[in-house]
Structures are given as structure tokens and as C-alpha cells.
Design a protein around this ligand. Structure first.
Ligand code: NDP
Ligand code: BG6
Length: 510
């Protein structure tokens, strides 16, 4: 039995008992020839198929302008992303047979009618009294194409009720509040909010999912989770690679739109929200929205930007700076790093800085939340940093650990820092931790919006960031340049502390 199979049995049973498991389902992937389809969508659909987690009768139809032989593409290209062993090959061949493809433009109505007929032809079976199927339409294309596709699908390809129609939209959802609202408006003409699944793949990550349990199922944390005990919250995102061939996209968006306005802000809301009325998607999202509403729009003084430059002594990859990447202007001011301080104006968090730091081309790849508790008052011990810290490491190597101070074992009396460590690879040996997209696919197909961004969350997130993004662009704010592979950017950290009039010692672990 593979590591994957070990903890799937109970889950599989629960899925197979769902009504939607029995319903035929068509998954349509717009932009099937693209990077996301290759890296995430097809491979994860295969793994779910292999684990018998997709509905019994599922078909997958790719759609795009590229003339693609989908079976050949799966056999020769996608297979390299799937990582199969010999036993899986037969199942992979079966999976290939479930796949179809239509070549067409995204505004070509006859092609969408053809898509609708194709779904009906493959799924409707009057002999078995099957009149239609649940339909998932995945927008794996640049957002500017969303309005066309929404209209075409809305007019031509919706499932007949009671079958479900789900539309999946990827980020970036707009470039600012205005463009995001326009996008929402164009989609909501044809789809109801409960049919729209806006992906923020961070919400599908194991540790992000577990934040609610950590916060609300542990009395020891509930009591101290506020301004009386917490000095600051630090959300840290680093990648040890640059824009990796995605510079064309990145140069238009920059690090704030790429990961801060969405992934890291989502993490912040889960850290900061009040206890929801229940575990339901809307109760949780109601609380997240309240947190966002309590954050004022960010000012330029709350932000410091950086851009990576070549590191002449580094690896061949590091010897190229951001502006050396194809598709980037030589005088581009786009930030590949930003550090931001946010405040939540409510009773729980008043005065507690939430520091978000995110950068590409740094020394390591890590994503973590550090809850920094107050220093011990009237400390009697010498030579140690007088604070506890709860660290939630989202990736790599999922973990929760609490730094604490103990007496070092021995005859002498020395107080030192140690950890209460819950590293998943140690604690849950052999258990498979699902990947974000696997989990999100299950939610999309079986209709749970718990890990998806609601339209009011999106509006609030853009409200917080839009003015500063515009100001950065209008004033052409120059980033601080840092070497590819740097461990941190002390100049930026110092500057943010000075601008915010904080004393650096307060954040001894930044
Ligand atoms: P791609 O640039 O690879 O585009 C996907 C497909 O869309 C292409 O294969 C092409 O298919 C079609 N397409 C591309 N440009 C245009 C255009 N200007 N007009 C019409 N169709 C076009 O995108 P990705 O696969 O990387 O991303 C898809 C979506 O997912 C985007 O919204 C992206 O922002 C988002 N995303 C991607 C991530 C990634 O890691 N790749 C991560 C997070 C989000 P064809 O020519 O066959 O029609
Ligand atoms: C994507 C960003 O949304 O998230 C990328 O566009 C970033 O720039 C990626 O690298 C990070 O996701 P993960 O899952 O690799 O941490």
C-alpha cells in the first residue's frame, strides 16, 4: 500500500456516500494547453481518479485555441508531472480515455454550443434516465478572458437544474478594486455566488486548514490570543527562486498582488478572526470579512519594497537579476519583495502590528506564521530573549512549535530556549498530506465553498491594497535592491521599523 493510500480509506468511504458521487460529472478545462493545467489540474485530477475520489462517471474536456491531441498530450507531456509507478500505468491509460478536447476561441459561440452537445452526448443516457450531469468549468486562462468565457458558458453550457454548474476562477482576480469589481460584475451576470469558486490555493494547504482547529479547539491558546498577550504577528514568505519564466505576468503584478493581497492576507484573516458561529463556509467567511473590514487602507509609510539584483558570486541562476529575466523592462520598478505592517482596529488586536514580509529570490523557500508573545515582565533571568513564540510552518515540512524557556538539564542553573515541537513528518509518520489542489478539487466537485474566496472578501482585500498600489505606481517608488540569495533585507526591515516608529528590539526575531 502506498503512503497515499494509508489514510484515504475512511475519507474515500465518506466521499462515496455523497449524493454527488453518484451523479455524472463533466469537468471542462479552459486553457488546457497552459502551465497551470499541466502542473496542477491534470495531475491532480489523475490522482483523485486513481483514488476513486472523483464521481463514478466523470469526463474531462479540455478547451482552447491550441489544436491539441489531448490523449497524446497526456501520454507524452502530462505524464512527466504525474510521477507514476508501474502499477499506476494501467490506471493512467484508463484515465486518458476519460479525456476529450475541443479547439475553439473563447468568444466563439458555435464552439460553446458544440461543447454543450459534446457533454450531452457523453453524459446523457435516456435509457438510464440520466438527463444531464453536474458541470465544472475551470478558467485556467488569463483573467482578461474570464468575461467572454462566463458569457459563453452562461448562455450555452449550463447544467439543467437540479444538476450543478460550478465556475472556477484562478487568481489574480483583477489588478485593483475597480478591475476586480468589473470582473465580478461580468461573471455574476451569469453565475450565482454559490456557483463561483475563486481559488486561493493557500486555503487548500494543510497547515492553513488547521489554523481554525489550532485556534478554537485549544483553550490554552484561546485565552492568550489577543493584544494582552501577543506583541506582534509575523507572516513570512520566502522563495529561493526568482520569477522562473513567469516574468511577463509578474512584471505587471508585482509581489503585493502576487502573494500578499491574496495568500498571505487570507492567512492573516484566519489568524485574527473571531470564532465563527459554526464550521460552515459562510460562517467562517463572515468572520474573515469582519477582520478585513477592521483594517484601514494601507499607506505608503506602511510599506517598503525591494527588487532582486544579480549576485555575481552566486549560482548561475543567481547571477541573473530580476531585470535580466525575459519580458522585464530594464528599468522596471516592480517589487519582488515587500514588507508591510498592518493594524486591525478591533478590541482584540488594537495596537498589535501584523508584519507581512514576502520575497522572491531569497536564501530559502519557507512560509510561516510567527506569533510573538509579550516579553516576561520583571524578568529575573539573564541572557535570554524573554518571549514565547508560536510558529506555524505552512511549508516546507509542516509543523507547529512553541518556543519556550526551560532550565537546561544539569547541575548548573541555566535558562535556555527550547521547543515544544509538532513536526508533522515525525508525529504523523507515513501519513499522506494532501496537496492544496487535490483538496480544492474535491471541494469544487462536491460543492463546498469553505476554502474559496467570497466576493465581499475580495472587495475588502482590494480596498486595503488599492490606494497604496496606485500610489507606488504613480510616484514610481524605487525598490531597495537586494542580492539574489540574500537571507533578509535589513535595510528594508530597519526602514519599516523607523517609518512605523517601532523599536527594533520589540521584534527581535524579524
Ligand atoms: P498560461 O499563460 O499558461 O495560459 C493558459 C492558456 O490560456 C494558454 O495555454 C492559452 O491556451 C490561453 N491563453 C493564454 N494567453 C491568452 C490570451 N491572451 N488570450 C486568450 N487565451 C490565452 O497561464 P497559466 O496556465 O499559467 O495560468 C492560468 C490561470 O491560472 C491564470 O489566471 C493564472 O494567473 C492563474 N495561476 C497560474 C499559476 C501557475 O502556476 N501557472 C499559479 C496561480 C494562478 P490556448 O492558446 O490554447 O487558448
Ligand atoms: C502563486 C504565485 O500564486 O503562488 C507564485 O503566483 C508563487 O508567484 C506561488 O510562487 C507560491 O505558492 P506555493 O504553493 O508554491 O507556496
Amino acid at each position: 500500500m502506498s503512503k497515499r493510500d494509508l489514510n484515504f480509506e475512511a475519507y474515500r468511504k465518506s466521499i462515496q456516500s455523497l449524493e454527488n458521487f453518484k451523479k455524472p460529472t463533466a469537468v471542462v478545462i479552459f486553457g488546457a494547453s497552459g502551465d497551470l493545467a499541466k502542473k496542477e489540474i491534470y495531475p491532480n485530477l489523475f490522482w483523485l481518479y486513481k483514488d476513486s475520489l472523483l464521481p463514478e462517471n466523470t469526463i474531462i474536456i479540455g478547451y482552447g485555441r491550441t489544436n491539441l491531441d489531448i490523449k497524446k498530450y497526456l501520454k507524452e507531456t502530462i505524464i512527466q508531472k504525474v510521477n507514476l509507478d508501474n502499477d499506476d500505468l494501467k490506471i493512467y491509460d484508463e484515465f486518458i480515455e476519460k479525456n476529450h478536447y475541443i479547439t475553439g476561441n473563447y468568444n466563439e459561440e458555435p464552439k460553446f454550443k458544440e461543447l454543450d452537445s459534446k457533454i450531452n452526448e457523453l453524459m446523457v443516457d435516456p435509457n438510464q434516465n440520466i438527463q444531464d450531469c453536474n458541470r465544472v468549468f475551470y478558467l485556467a486562462v488569463p483573467p482578461k478572458v474570464y468575461p467572454n468565457i462566463s458569457e459563453m458558458v452562461g448562455k450555452n453550457c449550463r447544467a439543467k437544474e437540479p444538476f450543478l454548474t460550478h465556475l472556477v476562477a484562478e487568481k489574480p482576480f483583477g489588478k485593483d478594486l475597480e478591475t476586480s469589481n468589473e470582473l465580478s460584475k461580468s461573471i455574476s451576470r451569469y453565475f450565482k455566488e454559490e456557483e463561483i469558486f475563486r481559488i486561493d490555493h493557500y486555503l487548500g494547504k494543510e497547515m492553513v486548514q488547521s489554523l481554525i482547529a489550532l485556534r478554537f479547539a485549544n483553550q490554552i491558546f484561546r485565552r492568550v490570543w489577543n493584544r494582552d498577550s501577543i506583541e506582534s504577528v509575523f507572516i513570512n514568505f520566502k522563495e529561493n527562486f526568482g520569477t522562473k519564466g513567469r516574468a511577463g505576468y509578474f512584471d505587471e503584478y508585482g509581489i503585493i498582488r502576487d502573494v500578499i493581497q491574496n495568500h498571505l492576507l487570507q492567512v492573516l484573516t484566519l489568524i485574527a478572526m473571531e470564532q465563527p458561529l459554526s464550521e460552515s463556509a459562510d460562517d467562517i467567511r463572515d468572520e474573515k470579512v469582519k477582520v478585513l473590514k477592521s483594517i484601514k487602507a494601507i499607506k505608503l509609510d506602511d510599506v517598503v519594497l525591494g527588487q532582486y539584483a544579480k549576485n555575481e558570486n552566486g549560482t548561475p541562476e543567481q547571477q541573473k537579476g530580476y531585470i535580466d529575466d525575459e519580458g522585464v523592462d530594464k528599468d522596471s520598478l516592480t517589487a519582488t519583495y515587500a514588507i508591510i505592517i498592518l493594524h486591525i482596529n478591533n478590541e482584540r488586536w488594537d495596537g498589535v502590528p501584523f508584519i507581512i514580509s514576502a520575497g522572491k529570490a531569497l536564501d530559502e523557500t519557507i512560509s510561516e506564521v510567527r506569533i510573538q508573545f509579550n516579553q516576561v515582565p520583571a524578568n529575573i533571568f539573564k541572557n535570554y530573549c524573554r518571549r514565547n513564540e508560536l510558529v506555524i510552518r505552512i511549508q516546507p515540512n509542516e509543523a507547529v512549535y512553541l518556543t519556550m524557556l526551560t532550565k537546561r538539564p544539569g547541575m548548573d542553573f541555566v535558562v535556555e530556549e527550547t521547543d515544544l515541537d509538532l513536526t508533522y513528518a515525525e508525529k504523523y509518520k507515513g501519513l499522506y498530506v494532501p496537496k492544496a489542489y487535490e483538496r480544492l478539487f474535491m471541494n469544487i466537485i462536491y460543492g463546498s465553498q469553505i476554502s474559496f474566496v467570497r466576493s465581499d472578501e475580495l472587495t475588502e482585500a482590494w480596498r486595503i491594497f488599492t490606494p497604496v498600489l496606485h500610489e507606488i505606481e504613480e510616484k514610481k517608488i524605487k525598490p531597495i535592491y537586494y542580492q539574489f540569495g540574500s537571507n533578509s533585507i535589513p535595510e528594508a526591515e530597519n526602514l519599516i521599523m523607523t517609518k512605523g516608529k517601532y523599536s527594533f528590539e520589540r521584534f527581535c526575531r524579524l
